[in-house]
Design a protein around this ligand. Structure first.
Ligand code: SAM
Ligand code: SF4
Length: 327
């Protein structure tokens, strides 16, 4: 296999970006994800640091430049700093990111930084302390915000993910806008996605991002060009704001045309799409430590990637909730 070839599927899409879930365990109970908390489902231990290293080496050979460690809640793993270090030491990987609920952020962010973290995504659906506690089951927003301030001091590129929820959307937008005036983070509004577990919640809370996007454009926000390894967000800037705003709208037409990521679960399954019917089990090959063999397997499987997630048609594939695959 050629080193650093770029993996391409049958629809001309190239894959520069790996989302690696390091655990499906989570301590939060977000209404749209794990409203009843984490229910133990895993059959085998999560990928070890060595196994995750093999995965990252294989993907780097296939052209992956960016790795995001996600979960469940990745910070529940005590060895997360070693996982960050393994990612940043993988030849070819230029950016290492973590997506976290941020509940331990002030006490861990310095260590993550020393381990080689470039980018941090923290999920905050509301800047109102009581509403945040209501959505997540944890009253810890001030602590998370302290951690974000520290990440910014350390020069870590910081993004905040907020799931768009219909009730109170305008009030939350105004709070976020006030914050972005002086805070240099990128806030990304994510349209709520339907999963196997949240059908009723989705039916009563889903709202399209297009209204907010229109509102932003009318108040002078300007669209930025998209980088090769960027996520699917359309990002906007405004001269009066230190922060940026992105919109991730999986229900929009052609959303999947720009797909540039693949996912590996903490059990070592390849998910060609967030809403695939099932993960493709690569654990046996991962366990051998043979990155070349793993890269060959991934290369052979990429042809099975569907052109769309078919979410618009109500498809949720085998995805009961996003904590299993890492969003
Ligand atoms: N626990 C970490 C966190 O919350 O940031 C990482 C995993 S979480 C599954 C990753 C992202 O997926 C979070 O930003 C979360 O808000 C988002 N998410 C979870 N379920 C979702 C859904 N049904 N629709 C849209 N976004 C969702
Ligand atoms: Fe946990 Fe993240 Fe799901 Fe919330 S969105 S329950 S923090 S995995």
């Amino acid at each position: 296999m050629k080193q650093n070839e770029t993996l391409e599927d049958g629809h001309g899409r190239r894959f520069y970006y790996l989302r690696l879930s390091v655990t499906d365990v989570c301590n939060f109970r977000c209404d749209y994800c794990l409203p009843d908390g984490y229910q133990a489902t895993r059959k085998a231990p999560d990928l070890s640091v060595a196994e995750a290293g093999t995965v990252m080496r294989a993907f780097a050979m296939l052209g992956t430049r960016k790795v995001r460690l996600s979960g469940g809640e990745p910070s529940l793993r005590k060895d997360l700093p070693e996982l960050i270090q393994a990612a940043s030491a993988t030849p070819g990987i230029q950016r290492v990111a973590v997506t976290s609920n941020g509940y331990r952020l002030p006490s861990v962010i310095d260590t993550w930084h020393r381990s080689g973290l470039h980018q941090l995504n923290i999920s905050i659906d509301s800047l109102d302390n009581a509403e945040f506690a209501h959505i997540t089951g944890h009253d810890c927003l001030p602590k998370i915000r302290t951690g974000i301030d520290r990440a910014l001091e350390l020069g870590i590129q910081t993004k905040v993910n907020a799931v768009l929820l219909s009730d109170g959307a305008q009030a939350r937008l105004h709070q976020f806008l006030d914050w972005l005036k002086t805070t240099p983070v990128t806030l990304r509004f994510i349209e709520l996605m339907q999963t196997g577990d949240n059908r009723d919640y989705f039916a009563s809370n889903h709202v399209r991002g297009s209204d907010i996007e229109q509102q932003l454009i009318e108040s002078g926000w300007q669209l930025l060009p998209r980088a090769l390894d960027a996520g699917p967000a359309r990002e906007y800037v405004h001269p009066d704001y230190a922060g940026r705003i992105g919109l991730i709208t999986p229900y929009s037409k052609d959303f999947c045309n720009s797909c540039n990521r693949l996912r590996i679960s903490a059990q070592g399954k390849l998910h060609l799409c967030l809403f695939s019917d099932a993960g493709l089990d690569l654990r046996e090959t991962i366990r051998t430590g043979d990155a070349d063999a793993l890269a060959e397997k991934v290369r052979a499987l990429i042809g099975n990637k569907e052109v769309s997630h078919y979410l618009q048609q109500g498809n949720t594939g085998g995805t009961q909730n996003l904590s299993i695959i890492g969003g």
